[in-house]
Design a protein around this ligand. Sequence first.
Ligand SMILES: Cc1ncc(COP(=O)(O)O)c(C=O)c1O
Length: 386
Amino acid sequence: MNYSLTSSTFDKEEREAMINVIDSDMFTMDKHVEDFEDRFAKYFGRKYAVMVNSGSSANLVAIASLFYRENMPLKMGDEVIVPCISWATTFYPLHQYGLKLKFVDIDLETLNYDVDELKSAVTPNTKLIVAVSILGNPCYFDKITDICEDNNIILFEDNCESMGARFNGKYTGTFGLIGVFSTFYSHHISTMEGGLITTDDYEICCLCKSLRNHGMTRGQGDNSPIYERKQDDFYEAYRFILPGYNVRPTELNGAIGKEQLKKLDNFLEMRRGNAKHFAYLFKDDERFIIQKEVGESSWFSFTMIVKPESGLIRKDVLKKLRESDIDHRIITGSNMLRHDVVKYFNYEVTKSTNADTAHDNGFFVGNHPVDIRDRIDYLYEVLRNV
Ligand SMILES: Cc1ncc(COP(=O)(O)O)c(C=O)c1O
């Protein structure tokens, strides 16, 4: 039996949506993207959503927007706190915009920030905290928002792995000033490639719309707070106000997104059903740490960390998984500090013991938005015999 990491969720609705776009002959960003953004914002209870071509681009544009806002913009050299474990493109825009990264260790059970470590990492120079809810599992947002409020720090959520998760009944990705989502193929909904920035702040929304689109004024609408429209339409047509990018999505992405969003509730229910089964089988297995759910996880996948004291060696476990056709990966990017690219960063770290343990002993297997309990049973059988 093959137990894959991910599978396609496209059906006739997505195909029809694509054909409609093809028939319309209008491919570049337009009404479908706008409509998807409105629906996405509404689903998550946010005022605004801005779509771009990936979650990585969403991080880039959203971080850039914080440098161009009117009040208290970020400046080069400001300190940003990040968790040791996340995906590489959580960190790259922070480095590219000249921020100083301060890495904080994770909690081995939740795989998110160790909140006590986070609290003690804050200094008067800390201007931003990037919270990442790893693989569907919400961070402790009550404590993190307290830390931010007490110290006048901006909360930024890279929520690319946790669409649909909730903490105290509120969606992750909606706690911070900005929350970023990915709609890449393997994520909770897919637009092939895609990402969204969500916020309740109109200025941030306008900045992100300009930054995704060559830094132009096009599409700003009449009440944009980020520039003053001049009378001369000739110059207004090509007017550049920010050093931006072209990271626009296409109409295909927008049209597919609308269909996928309709299915999100069901996808989440299926993922949670699988998770219940996974936890039932593995919760008492003393050889592994499985991810401890905080709030309501949206269960991107299932993590397992081989306990060093169990006598098991991860290499042997992975060999068995390979032989049994069970796909697996390190947990997200695991400890970022262990990757070569970190030599380019301006960073500091006090402790990364738990991130190292996850890096050296952890792995994840896939979850899917369909019933995969038979594959989870298979995993259980395979691991029972390691
Ligand atoms: C936490 C996190 N941030 C950002 C990204 C990047 O998203 P994308 O693949 O859409 O660029 C990912 C991708 O999985 C991610 O896990």
